[in-house]
Design a binder for this molecule. Structure first.
Ligand SMILES: [Zn+2]
Length: 153
């Protein structure tokens, strides 16, 4: 089954190769959706994640403290996201996807989740979505700066 969690963060960025106003330093109220797949856990009185793929509260805490608060919220993304060469919504979503694959997949307290897609909204009308394939170029950069191994694809 699939589960999805939405988040928001505020950040600044700059796209120096753009031929319009995105060259200038500016900010967005970003939204993102992280989608995961995995088996529903069996119903057991001693398992608080019974009937869930993974507990949303646990996912939420990990993603907020280890991803959003550390690299994204109220930062200039061009400086705060290690190994991100350009802060377009496309490349940012691919970097976040790589982070999810190396940080969340295989983590015992999250059941058996597999990161599937990351969708990043720059504005209410524009988003980019990355899958596991899109994340490949960022896996080594993410692994180099953060704890935890890189998952197989
Ligand atoms: Zn922008």
């Amino acid at each position: 089954m699939k589960i999805c969690r939405r988040f928001k963060f505020e950040a600044a960025h700059q796209l120096p190769y753009h031929d319009g106003k995105c060259r200038r330093l500016h900010g967005h109220s970003y939204r993102m959706e992280l989608m995961f797949s995995g088996p529903v856990q069996p119903l057991q009185a001693d398992n608080p994640q019974s009937g869930f793929v993974a507990d949303f509260g646990r996912l939420d805490r990990i993603i907020r403290t280890e991803l959003i608060d550390r690299y994204l919220d109220h930062y200039a993304l061009d400086e705060s996201v290690p190994g991100l060469p350009y802060s377009s919504a496309e490349l940012l979503s691919a970097w976040i996807m790589a982070w999810c694959m190396s940080h969340l997949d295989g983590r015992p307290e999250l059941g058996a989740i597999r990161s599937e897609t990351v969708r990043v909204w720059e504005t209410v009308n524009a988003w980019a979505e990355a899958d596991r394939q899109d994340a490949q170029p960022f896996l080594s950069a993410v692994a180099a700066v953060t704890a935890g191994g890189v998952s197989e694809t």
